[in-house]
Design a protein around this ligand. Structure first.
Ligand code: SAH
Length: 391
């Protein structure tokens, strides 16, 4: 029965070796299979020409190799691509490809919906359906790679799409092992980042399991404000979160914690908030990414003015923090941080797809690629106060 078949993408190479051994297939075939599936990006075993035909037939008969089908692709004016992918049970998963000069970053999802219900996040408003499988996480990378422009390659993967990665830790670990393995996606450990809203008891296990970058969604430096923005804070308040981060031996100036701070007008954007952030993170090797709130229909929150954003970033820099301001990418196609909701477009079914939407699995004809705009501004102490922060 088709659904009962094992899935090649559900296994790290180590785990695939064990499965193969149990089936009487030479374990080293695992590396060979990973080379085709992930290294070369050829999913169909009938094309794996250096395998014996009998083995190819066995893979075709016994295993599955794509967990997701295309549901739609949208291209932003700024080059960002949002993919909507459909799992076998019909669940929709969104991933976002962000080209920036030489770098191409893919943002992947780990759950269908999210149970954390952060009050400013569109995914949170969806509620939680289920965890994604390893294969569904890995296939986002395989599928979205099909959308990369010729001459570009995938350089970074961030677990910052829909869902809370640390509530699906075994699948996140297994998928990250494939991202890092030299025979699979072969990304360097500093090129893969897992973000958490602060599931404190799982942070150490994440870093012990796989040497990725850790990002933590901070958003507030007091429990009163953070309780409102990230309800998980009521379970794991700031003191516990910071204590856990400070106890990590893997955190060093070369491997800092990346804090995300979504700046929301009138909620967490005052000079006092900046001082509280600086006090909170003092002494911990860290970098802070400031993300102006991306508005969406499920939220009453708004981004601050450019002047307030500039003042907030400048205050943090003066207080000794290393700050990066993220300019929203893909906001015109709801692909920016916190806008992923995997809803089908509202309104009557369209016969013609919109100019920016292509409902196909094939690469859309060359997008009009203008010069990549700088999407972030790095700030460090000593740098001039950011006057032209938001372009
Ligand atoms: N659950 C994990 C992974 C999601 S990462 C986590 O919270 O870290 C997505 C990032 O975008 C998080 O930092 C999240 O807080 C932020 N975000 C959510 N909604 C946003 C919005 N509307 N505008 C800007 N950033 C938002």
């Amino acid at each position: 029965m088709r659904e009962a078949r094992l899935h090649l993408q559900d296994h790290s190479i180590e785990s695939l070796r064990a499965c193969f051994a149990a089936q009487g297939i030479e374990p080293w075939r695992a590396e060979q299979v990973a080379g085709w599936l992930y290294g070369r990006g050829i999913a169909d075993p009938s094309q794996w020409t250096d395998l014996p035909a009998s083995l190819r037939d066995r893979f075709i008969a016994d295993w599955q190799w794509h967990a997701l089908e295309w549901d739609g692709v949208q291209r932003s004016r700024d080059g960002t691509v949002k993919g909507r992918l459909r799992a076998r049970d019909g669940a929709l998963v969104e991933s976002v490809l962000i080209p920036e000069g030489d770098r191409t970053t893919l943002c992947i999802s780990t759950q269908v919906g999210c149970p954390l219900a952060c009050s400013f996040c569109a995914t949170g408003a969806l509620g939680f359906t289920r965890n994604l499988t390893v294969a569904e996480i890995v296939d986002q990378v395989c599928r979205m790679r099909e959308q990369i422009a010729p001459g570009q390659r995938l350089t970074n993967v961030v677990y910052m799409g829909m869902g809370e990665p640390l509530l699906n830790l075994p699948a996140v670990l297994e998928s990250a092992r494939l991202l890092l393995h030299p025979k699979a996606f072969a990304l360097g450990p500093r090129k893969v980042t897992v973000s958490t809203a602060g599931v404190v008891p799982k942070i150490r296990a994440l870093l012990a399991g796989v040497p990725v970058n850790l990002a933590v969604s901070l958003h507030a430096a007091t429990d009163a404000v953070r309780d409102e923005l990230v309800p998980l804070n009521r379970r794991f308040p700031l003191a516990k979160l910071m204590e856990a981060l400070r106890s990590l031996e893997t955190v060093t100036p070369r491997r800092p914690v990346f804090f995300e701070y979504t700046l929301i007008e009138g909620v967490n954007d005052s000079p006092e908030d900046a001082r509280a952030v600086a006090r909170l993170v003092r002494g911990l090797p860290s970098k802070l990414n400031l993300i102006p709130m991306n508005a969406h229909e499920d939220s009453r929150y708004r981004p601050p003015s450019d002047a307030v954003l500039t003042r907030f970033a400048g205050n943090l820099v003066r207080l000794g923090l290393t700050v990066t301001v993220r300019r929203p990418r893909g906001a015109d196609i709801d692909a920016a941080c916190g806008q992923l909701a995997a809803r089908r477009a509202a309104g009557p079914p369209r016969s013609e797809p919109e100019a920016s939407e292509v409902v196909t699995g094939r690469r859309a004809g060359g997008p009009p690629r203008s010069e990549p705009e700088a999407s972030e501004v790095h700030l460090a102490e000593g740098a001039p106060t950011p006057a032209a922060l938001l372009v």
